[in-house]
Design a binder for this molecule. Structure first.
Ligand SMILES: [Zn+2]
Length: 119
């Protein structure tokens, strides 16, 4: 039982680590805002730093907003890593990894739509 839980935590944390690494890339993909890889310039060239023009809604949402957006994805990944116990760890990892682009795109598109970023 504890072995299964440990494997689930490792699976969920692995997926969360990938989310951490690719978080800024998804921002750049959705908003074309100038964000770069987490290991690159990150948000240094994002339009959120421009005095005029549109500001990337993802980067301008603030720390609490980031916490909520990121937290929803990571919690979903941990749940998917731990709870579908009949699934193999590979299937749980694939599903937890897929949660990031799926939920991240839903969050990003919703945020962009609400703020009128593409208008
Ligand atoms: Zn951005």
């Amino acid at each position: 039982m504890y072995r299964q839980l440990l494997i689930g935590i490792i699976v969920g944390c692995t997926a969360a680590a990938v989310t951490c690494a690719l978080y800024m890339d998804l921002c750049s993909l959705i908003f074309r805002c100038g964000c770069d890889h987490m290991w690159g310039a990150r948000d240094a060239h994002c339009n959120v730093h421009s005095l005029t023009g549109k500001h990337c809604p993802w980067c301008s949402i603030g720390q609490a907003g980031h916490g909520i957006l990121f937290g929803v994805v990571v919690v979903a990944q941990l749940v998917l890593g731990i709870f579908p116990r009949r699934w193999s760890w590979g299937k749980r990892l694939a599903t937890a990894l897929a949660a990031f682009p799926v939920l991240g795109c839903v969050e990003g598109v919703t945020l962009g739509w609400i703020t009128g970023y593409w208008n």
